[in-house]
Design a protein around this ligand. Structure first.
Ligand SMILES: Cc1cc2nc3c(=O)[nH]c(=O)nc-3n(C[C@H](O)[C@H](O)[C@H](O)COP(=O)(O)O)c2cc1C
Length: 330
């Protein structure tokens, strides 16, 4: 099964389905391997990984498939340059960099043939990344889990804006997409693929504490909250931590104590240790669109099936028959 687009051609994959790099959740080989094997693009999230673990995860994915995979690297992480050295040495097929500028890595990775994708959340950053020489963009809209763009422009709007501004650039749209209907919408806007984060959290392959998974499963579309305004907004599910943050913001608590509260809570505590009261339960609005836990390969298969259903169901443009048509019809 194939759906061919500018992005599938660029990346050498069969389906325009990208599993989002998610710290902890895809910081190991299982989820990326399952998605790449199924014909999409699996992404190892290097953010919180020790270099040895990352090295081993790359090996494990390579042992499991000869299909392409990617590594996501937030450039602000401690030791990012050493991780870049490792990724260059391992000649990874695809790099997806976020939270920083492409100049830091672009020349050396293009030289070795690595496809370089850059995560952006505005037209300005998109244009700068393309001018710096990236091969394609991951454009993130305000619905996204984790770190959405500070201006919260929705995927529907930012996706279309970037497609209009940079028409020849392969673009992957991310944020709020949970199924094949969302994929059809992304391709209609001009993207060449969709990237799904929250959807792939609800798979057995995701490295996620069961308590976290259950909370995402139970969430509705309106159950996320934005916290950390002024120093790095994250979209999280409501819990004791996010409610306390929201209260502090409304009460006008000064930035420093709010920041301390924000930094005391972590994604690791929720995702790895299962502390779903005090930790950050990062998830997108699309948590409300997901109602079952399925193997990642089955998620990919269903996305394709839904994409087919969505595109077939689109109303065709019809016009009233002209006198000539009627005459020809006899
Ligand atoms: C738990 C979690 C962890 C994330 N970690 C990262 C990360 O390490 N690097 C990154 O570039 N984006 C990260 N993101 C953002 C995702 O890559 C993606 O843009 C987002 O999940 C898309 O929105 P969706 O969840 O609505 O599909 C994370 C998102 C979540 C939910």
């Amino acid at each position: 099964m194939k759906i061919e687009t500018s992005v599938t051609r660029l990346l050498g994959i069969d389906l325009p389905v990208i599993q989002a790099g998610m710290s902890w959740v895809s910081s190991g080989p299982a989820l990326p391997l399952a998605v790449s094997r199924a014909g999409g693009l699996g992404v190892i999230a290097a953010g919180p990984m020790y270099r040895d673990d990352l090295d081993q995860a790359i090996d494990a994915v390579r042992r499991g498939t000869d299909r392409p995979f990617a590594v996501n690297l937030p450039l602000y992480r401690k030791g990012a340059d050493e991780v870049l050295d490792l990724l260059e040495r391992r000649r990874i097929p695809i790099l997806i960099a976020s939270q920083g500028g492409p100049k830091r890595y672009i020349d050396r990775f293009r030289r070795i043939g690595t496809v370089c994708l850059h995560v952006v959340a505005s037209e300005g950053h998109a244009a700068k990344a393309v001018a710096a020489g990236v091969d394609g963009l991951v454009v993130v809209g305000g619905e996204a889990g984790g770190h959405p763009p500070p201006d919260l422009v929705s995927s529907l709007v930012i996706g279309r804006a970037v497609a209009r501004a940079l028409p020849g650039t392969p673009m992957i749209l991310s944020g709020g997409i949970a199924d094949g209907y969302g994929l059809a919408a992304a391709l209609a806007l001009g993207a060449g693929a969709a990237q799904l984060g929250t959807r792939f959290m609800l798979t057995p392959e995701a490295r996620l504490h069961p308590a976290y998974r259950e909370r995402v499963l139970a969430a509705g579309v309106a159950d996320t909250l934005l916290v950390g305004r002024g120093f790095g907004v994250v979209r999280v599910l409501r819990n004791a931590f996010s409610d306390a943050m929201a209260k502090a913001e409304i009460a006008g608590v000064p930035e420093e104590p709010r920041r301390a509260m924000f930094e005391r809570a972590s994604l690791k505590a929720a995702a790895f240790e299962g502390d779903i009261d005090a930790g950050k339960i990062e998830a997108g609005q699309s948590a409300g669109l997901v109602s079952e836990i399925l193997p990642a390969a089955e998620v990919v298969r269903r996305i394709v099936e839904e994409y087919a259903a969505a595109t077939v169901a689109m109303p065709r443009l019809t016009t009233a028959p002209s006198p000539m048509d009627l005459e020809n019809a006899g």
